[in-house]
Design a protein around this ligand. Structure first.
Ligand SMILES: [Fe+2]
Length: 378
């Protein structure tokens, strides 16, 4: 299965043709509470959507919970919608994917989330329209759902959107803080895809370009908000999404979910905080702690190649540049700056790591390693 992609300023107009081509009549429009209007999407879609019956759904929280997904499923089924149109950030596109696919399974959402039963049917055609430059959810075949403090990831080719429409103009009025947190999420995803045990030539082509674009444009997009750097960030976030669609993510994402669910740290901030440490940690991999799927020689050579591509002479300089990038976007590099303090907090995070993503990390992690990495950024 492939996603049909539309990219560029004005790309949103293609939705008219897409809706006609799939014979839509009754649209389930999943939208952010305020971003739908502030991004300009509402105005741009007005002319296109006036010919259709549109059922709106925005009754969910950031980092959507299972209870939100179930609410969405009730409404989706009740309205008998024939098309899903998701317009918003990563959370909006993720919940649209979950609602759509889970509504068409024979087993309950709980059973599927816990991995007790499989996804066996596809949902309705889904059109994903990002209004941030971050998660790249429009390009991936997975969706995050929280239940309690736990994070689950649905993954299946049926979850991949049928259409992705990336129109950078929807990000032109994005507030500074969201530009920063979503952009640094894209950066972390590209880095983690690059050093991933599942990386291949295609994924590294996407991740390398995303990393270079973000080094060039993130700080400018946040601090000046000019159109050129925002267009670059839109492209970078989409490429990072395509990269993790092949590889998935690694340790920084695995450590981040509990920081988000328990300490309320935004996703982008939570993932980037350990990125520099993991770059160094992964570069120091030995034959004794290499994970399956990659060799020590390959990962070291690839990381050095990446440093060169980012105009750095070595891994130390790349690590410094990553931390400078985070700070230049107005984000933090220390846990204490996020009010996460003390050994107890570090212990709590290390005990609640989402182990699913750790096997994608090139270097195996022990509990001691995780505590050490968290202490280095405390
Ligand atoms: Fe992410």
């Amino acid at each position: 299965m492939n996603t049909k992609e539309y990219f560029g300023t004005g790309a949103i107009q293609n939705i008219s043709e897409i809706l006609k081509s799939i014979n839509s009549k009754n649209i389930f429009l999943v939208r952010g509470k305020s971003s739908y209007e502030t991004s300009g999407a509402e105005k741009l879609l007005e002319e296109i959507l006036k010919w259709y019956n549109v059922n709106y759904f925005s009754d969910f929280t950031e980092n959507p919970k299972l209870t939100d997904v179930i609410k969405g499923m009730d409404s989706f089924i009740e309205t008998q919608s024939d098309t899903v149109l998701a317009v918003g950030g990563g959370s909006v596109i993720d919940i649209a994917k979950s609602v759509n696919v889970l509504s068409y399974q024979t087993n309950s959402p709980e059973q599927i989330l816990k991995g007790e039963s499989e996804i066996v049917r596809k949902g309705k055609p889904l059109i994903a329209v990002p209004t941030t430059s971050g998660a790249g959810s429009e390009a991936t075949h997975f969706a995050v759902v929280y239940s309690g403090d736990k994070k689950y990831s649905l993954a299946h080719e049926y979850i991949l959107p049928d259409y992705s429409v990336i129109d950078p103009q929807l990000t032109f009025s994005l507030p500074k803080e969201i530009t920063a947190t979503s952009g640094i999420d894209a950066f972390s995803q590209a880095m983690e895809s690059y050093w991933n045990v599942n990386a291949n030539e295609e994924s590294r082509k996407y991740s390398t370009e995303a990393i270079q674009l973000i080094f060039d444009s993130l700080s400018k997009a946040v601090n000046e908000g000019d159109e050129e750097s925002r267009i670059n960030m839109s492209r970078a976030a989409h490429l990072a999404g395509k990269a993790i669609n092949i590889t998935k993510t690694t340790a920084p994402h695995a450590l981040s979910y509990f920081m988000t669910s328990h300490f309320g740290v935004s996703h982008g901030q939570a993932v980037c905080i350990s990125l520099g440490e993991f770059l160094e940690f992964n570069f120091e991999v030995t034959e004794d702690d290499i994970n399956e799927g990659i060799s020590t020689g390959e990962i070291k050579a690839k990381l050095l190649e990446l440093a060169k591509l980012c105009d750095c002479k070595d891994i130390d300089e790349l690590k410094r540049n990553i931390n400078e990038l985070i700070i230049s976007a107005g984000l933090k590099t220390k846990l204490s700056e996020l009010n996460i303090r003390g050994e107890e907090s570090i212990k709590l995070i290390s005990e609640n790591v989402n182990t699913e993503r750790l096997k994608n990390n090139p270097r195996k992690l022990t509990k001691e390693n995780i505590v050490k990495i968290l202490s280095n950024i405390s």
